[in-house]
Design a protein around this ligand. Structure first.
Ligand code: NAP
Length: 293
């Protein structure tokens, strides 16, 4: 898999999932635009990419994703320095836990602003600079959603609502821009060891086994940014489905792992619900299967 020469902007890339995506993309040859509010964290991500020695361009532009003027400016600058964008990942996100009747209205708004308005601002500001002139190499708009969609959590009303909203936004965008060369897809992780979930304890080595590392998610983003996913559009990629698939494949008898068609049939038989979620994502299953084998 390569992302050689692709220009990719990732919001919320100073730490956590966004940082892992940025490093993984740079390892595969992509030029990267990094943004969040904290310049020190963005510069750390940039340094970690530079020591890889891949000679990709890394551009750092701080902005508050909830302020359209700032987001508009940084996308202009990313375009000036990188050229047209092959991929944009709307990943910046925020959450707070509290009983709902005690939640401060300002906090509720803040979560809604980062997680919903932030995705809108990202798309609106990026749109003029998306490379949409080639139906065989469509521009990718990828949202980091959450498994809170389908699994709402108590005390996370604002966050859960915001992650339901990004599904609606994706569906609407995919319908609206279906004649343009842009795809819209979303990754929906379960729990990940980042500051959003574990505060300052993130990365301390004491996470529960069910909690993923940010780097466990990068394959999904890489696949969606790669040439292999040009026709994948308006899909929801649940990390839990693929964890289950990887387990099923790794435990399957050799004859059930022979090729992707045999694997898909085996999945349909063993885990029909998961199969239904992933049946249009055969190439992603193939990509992950190659990693297991
Ligand atoms: N961790 C999980 O368990 C989990 C599970 C499912 C989905 N997710 C999703 O994953 C995405 C990334 O979160 P994470 O887990 O990696 O958390 P994280 O480590 O806290 O990272 C969040 C990133 O978003 C940025 N951000 C927050 N508010 C912003 C604002 N107003 N303007 C610009 N950037 C802002 C942060 O930078 P600054 O604060 O410096 O601006 C940071 O870079 C989020 O969309 C989150 O909902 C996380």
């Amino acid at each position: 898999m390569t992302l050689n020469g692709k220009n990719i902007v990732i919001t919320g890339s100073g730490r956590g999932i966004g940082k892992s995506i940025a490093i993984a993309c740079a390892k595969l040859g992509a030029n990267i635009g990094l943004t969040s509010r904290t310049i020190e964290e963005l510069n750390d991500t940039k340094k970690e990419i530079e020591v890889l020695g891949t000679n990709v361009k890394v551009i750092v532009k701080p902005a508050d994703i909830t302020k359209y003027g700032e987001v508009e400016n940084i996308f202009k600058e990313f375009h000036n320095e990188l050229g047209l964008l092959n991929g944009v990942i709307a990943n910046a996100g925020y959450s707070r836990m509290s009983t709902t009747h005690e939640f401060y209205p300002e906090k509720f708004s803040e979560i809604i602003d980062v997680n919903i308005l932030g995705v809108f601002n990202t798309f609106k500001a990026a749109y003029p600079y998306l490379k949409k002139d080639d139906k065989n190499a469509k521009a990718r708009f990828i949202i980091t959603g959450s498994a809170a969609y389908t699994n709402p959590m108590p005390k996370f009303a604002a966050y859960t609502a915001s992650k339901y909203a990004t599904i609606g936004m994706q569906k609407s965008l995919a319908a609206e821009y279906k004649k343009e060369n842009i795809t819209f897809n979303q990754i929906l992780p379960t729990m990940v060891d980042t500051r959003l979930l574990r505060g300052r304890k993130a990365g301390d080595g004491n996470k529960a086994p069910s909690v993923m590392d940010p780097s466990d998610l990068t394959d999904y983003y890489i696949f969606l940014l790669s040439d292999d996913s040009n026709r994948v559009n308006d899909e929801l990629i649940f990390s839990s489905d693929f964890q289950e698939i990887q387990k099923i494949i790794s435990e399957a008898p050799a004859e059930k792992r022979e090729n992707i068609d045999v694997v898909m049939e085996y999945l349909e038989e063993k885990a029909p619900k998961v199969y239904n979620n992933v049946r249009k994502l055969k190439k992603l299953v193939q990509y992950l299967m190659d990693k297991v084998n």
